[in-house]
Design a protein around this ligand. Structure first.
Ligand code: ADP
Ligand code: ZN
Ligand code: ZN
Length: 821
């Protein structure tokens, strides 16, 4: 009998599509395997088999599957359930989920651009088809799959491309140009002989007299490897050593010839192998032990536990103990972080304990690495622990037992664009419960929602940890009224005299300083000083952001850029100034006031690459930087030992944001930033500069009064119908023609009112009312949290269908944001 497969395509299509399975492929295909199918005009895609059956669709001509890519499924059955839940809850399609879920290398399509790997050496003879494709790429190293198909005349080229990818002969080209990591790396170490300290001192003396350059290089190696510190020795690559020391290869060879250095090849794979000795766990102190016991006990009765532990209480240590226990029981653990920024520090801590049982997964890794992690998770020897950002929820887990959501309050857990606009914390809880796993949410400043669920709502357990690890006290928070100081003209740029005094004291005592500037509202912009003109994006309804380093203006929504004009196009004035103070401006000011201080800046601009980010953190940790200036990024759970002063330059920009979460976020941010201050045996100081010194939040931050803050917020949320009492759904409408869009939005709002009544607000213009030449309107839906979401979805979809069924509304674009942040 003829067999059919239902296939999920990486397209925003409501349904899966049915294809016929040619007889020769019969028996090869299982649910969860990838197949190549054509869809639309001549395009082909990698689809995922959702179902195999014998029901011939009646309504349309069925096409055949072109090729089967996998012998074994690349998804585990449970993942389909998870995808379905995501699509359902977040009002998007499974195709949207599929696109977000798989790394590019696993979802080739005709538009995929592949790239020739110049370093490829075939281990075994290639097939004729493979060779043909490679030959084409050798001539022109970057081509789309479609083009290759045309040029080669081969059928089913995706299958060939796939096998070449597996052999590393090609790469999927990624938007961000990356350098490919070699598979082995030349590393340096001291020879057995030189590792003897007395011998090493002999070399020092020798080199000092005869070869000072070699001595410098040796010292650099010692610094980088930490080999004299009595700590574990860090492996150092030759390339890194040469780069960091500035030494020539000849100097390096000199040391090899003298028998000081030896080189060895280290397999770095793509997935870093760890050769470090695995260390045992730190012992928990009594408070940590109590929290640990309470968490374990809570898991016997609840699926989710919220750990509310003040900054530096040692939450991470508790996670490590829980992970250890889960792994011992043969379970897998997923450790989620809100952003890549944080993975570096935590990776080091986890690797020390779990070594190669730990895998890392995030979007700044080259796609090929992500594919490897994915494949490994399907194998018989998957990583026991995955550390990653939200996309790691999509990895196949075979025996997930525990999910840790660190810094659960962070709004970066929510994906904004494109669909699925999911919240990784909430999705993690669902995934865990599908797997029969437990979820631990950890933070010093819980989100109002999680707090509610752990208290009144009764859904989660709550465990509190109020003591900082060791004798480190919570910092002293000193509010400073900058409105008053500005009036008296006593501010020095963005700094109050008190803050400058503390910074000076810290520098004198060789301590470190963090200066925090909220990003929101302070995007650096150019303004004509004469007439007030500001450059705007021609596609979007926003001002362009000024990048001093590149001397250009950029739109953060559509990526449009233009050079900074020399003259104001409105009045021809030439006095164009940098408006507001972004972090760059602060950096300039700090350097002017403290010319001797070593200053670094951490914001979106300076951390475009992972390496850049890591360098900033590492330098600060190693005391190579005195003052770190940063946006939100510096608040995020980073753990530094020598910070004695934190300056919050302007608290008001956080509070005055028109968003019902502004208060909560301002509190979280300030509490988190403040938490970076404090050293062993010395209380940290936080200068909190504000123009609204009497605002209740200031005193709440001063006294770390989380419960006061949350009680006030919950009362307000209930009164004004916000989460956690109500669920928000934003309905966005987009169209090129603004007048028509207004009609559409009014019509749709009226239709929604007919079913949802007063739960519908709007339509309104969102703050950014035009993006990429499309105008935008927003309708807000507030639905009682206990109302069934499935029913609401049905109604919404129905209204949307009614809308686009009308001829004049055909080209309307509608999308949803459920639980918007
Ligand atoms: P949190 O995650 O709560 O902010 P961390 O787990 O980062 O706190 O702990 C803060 C610091 O205290 C870290 O440097 C950590 O290594 C140290 N620390 C915490 N608990 C212990 C412990 N039980 N043994 C040794 N060091 C600990
Ligand atoms: Zn002007
Ligand atoms: Zn734009």
């Amino acid at each position: 009998m003829e067999k059919f497969v239902d296939v999920i395509l990486p397209l925003p299509l409501q349904a899966s599509f049915t294809y016929a399975l040619p007889p020769e492929m019969d028996g090869q295909v299982q649910i969860g395997c990838r197949v190549v199918v054509s869809f639309g005009r001549k395009k082909f895609y990698t689809g995922i088999v959702r179902n195999v059956h014998y029901l011939k669709p009646q309504e349309y001509e069925v096409k055949e599957v072109s090729a089967v890519l996998d012998e074994h499924p690349i998804l585990v059955p449970l993942q389909f359930r998870f995808w379905e839940w995501l699509a359902d809850y977040y009002l998007c399609t499974q195709g949207d989920v599929y696109k977000a879920a798989l790394p590019s290398g696993l979802k080739l399509e005709s538009e995929t651009v592949v790239e020739y790997n110049p370093d490829f050496e075939a281990a075994e003879p290639l097939s004729e088809r493979e060779q043909k494709v490679l030959d084409l790429l050798a001539v022109e190293p970057e081509q789309t799959v479609t083009r290759l198909e045309k040029e080669s005349g081969l059928k089913n080229i995706l299958a060939v491309v796939k096998s070449l990818l597996e052999k590393d002969a090609l790469f999927v080209k990624e938007e961000l140009k990356r350098t490919y990591k070699p598979k082995t790396e030349t590393r340096v170490r001291l020879t057995e002989a030189a590792r003897n300290e007395r011998r090493l001192h002999f070399f020092f003396d020798e080199l000092q007299r005869r070869a000072p350059k070699q001595l410098d290089l040796l010292m650099k190696y010692i610094e980088l490897s930490g080999c004299l510190g009595g700590r574990e020795v860090r492996e150092v690559s030759k390339a890194e050593l040469l780069k960091r020391s500035g030494a020539t290869p000849a100097v390096f060879s000199g040391l090899v010839d003298k028998g000081v250095f030896e080189v060895y090849q280290q397999e770095v794979g793509r997935l870093e192998t760890v050769s470090q000795a695995v260390m045992s766990l730190n012992e928990l102190n009594v408070h940590q032990q109590r929290a640990f016991d309470e968490i374990r006990a809570s898991f016997r009765v609840k699926n989710v536990c919220l750990l509310h532990g003040v900054t530096s209480s040692g939450k991470t240590e508790i996670y490590i103990h829980l992970i250890d226990e889960a792994v011992r029981q043969g379970k897998q653990v997923l450790y989620l972080l809100p952003e890549i920024a944080l993975t570096t520090q935590i990776t080091e801590r986890l690797k020390r304990v779990f070594g190669s049982r730990l895998g890392i997964y995030h979007s700044k890794f080259p796609d090929a690495e992500r594919v490897e992690v994915w494949q490994k998770q399907l194998s018989h020897e998957p990583y026991d622990i995955i550390l990653g950002v939200r996309s790691s929820l999509f990895l196949p887990f075979q025996r997930l037992g525990l999910v840790i959501v660190d810094e659960e309050h962070e709004n970066t857990y929510k994906q904004q664009d494109p669909a699925p606009r999911y919240h990784a914390r909430n999705a993690a809880i669902v995934l865990a419960s599908m797997c029969g796993a437990k979820t631990l949410l950890g933070t010093a400043t819980p989100s109002v929602e999680s707090w509610y669920n752990a208290t009144e709502g009764g859904k989660y357990a709550l465990v509190e940890l109020k003591e900082r690890y060791k004798e480190i006290q919570l910092p002293e928070i000193i509010p400073v009224d900058i409105k008053e100081l500005q009036r008296k003209k006593r501010m020095n740029g963005p700094f109050s005299p008190l803050l400058l005094q503390y910074v000076r004291e810290a520098l004198e005592q060789k301590e470190q300083v963090i200066l925090f500037q909220n990003r929101r509202g302070f995007a650096p912009m150019i303004e004509c000083h004469t007439c007030g003109w500001m450059p705007k994006c021609k596609n979007c309804d926003v001002s362009l952001t000024y990048h001093k380093g590149l001397n250009q203006l950029t739109c953060h929504y559509c990526g449009y850029t233009q050079p900074v004009p020399r003259q104001c196009p409105a009045c021809e004035g030439v006095d164009l100034r940098n408006r507001g103070f972004g972090t760059e401006k602060i950096e300039d000011d700090v350097k002017a006031i403290f010319p001797e201080a070593r200053v670094a800046r951490m914001d979106l601009d300076t951390t475009r690459t992972r390496a850049a980010y890591e360098r900033i953190i590492h330098d600060f940790q190693q005391g190579r930087t005195d003052i770190l200036i940063g946006t939100q990024m510096v608040s995020k759970g980073l753990d530094f030992d020598h910070v004695s002063v934190v300056g919050i330059l302007n608290a008001d920009s956080m509070m005055n944001y028109p968003d019902f979460r502004a208060y909560e976020r301002a509190f979280q941010l300030m509490a988190q930033v403040a938490g970076r201050a404090g050293r062993k045996n010395k209380r940290g100081r936080v200068v909190l500069q504000t123009k609204s010194i009497d605002h209740p939040i200031i005193s709440q931050v001063m006294h770390n009064d989380f419960e006061g803050m949350v009680a006030g917020q919950l009362a307000e949320r209930q009164l004004f119908r916000y989460p956690p009492y109500y669920r928000l759904v934003y309905v966005y409408l987009k169209h090129r023609n603004e007048q028509l869009l207004d009609v559409m939005a009014q019509t749709m709002a009226a239709k929604l009112r007919a079913v949802f009544g007063a739960r519908v607000l709007g339509p309104d213009k969102p703050p950014v009312a035009r993006i990429q030449t499309l105008f935008i309107r927003k309708i807000v839906l507030k639905i009682e949290t206990n109302a069934p979401m499935a029913r609401a979805r049905q109604l919404l979809v129905q209204v949307q269908q009614e809308m686009v069924a009308e001829d004049r509304f055909k080209s309307l674009i509608v999308y949803y944001d459920v639980d918007p942040m």
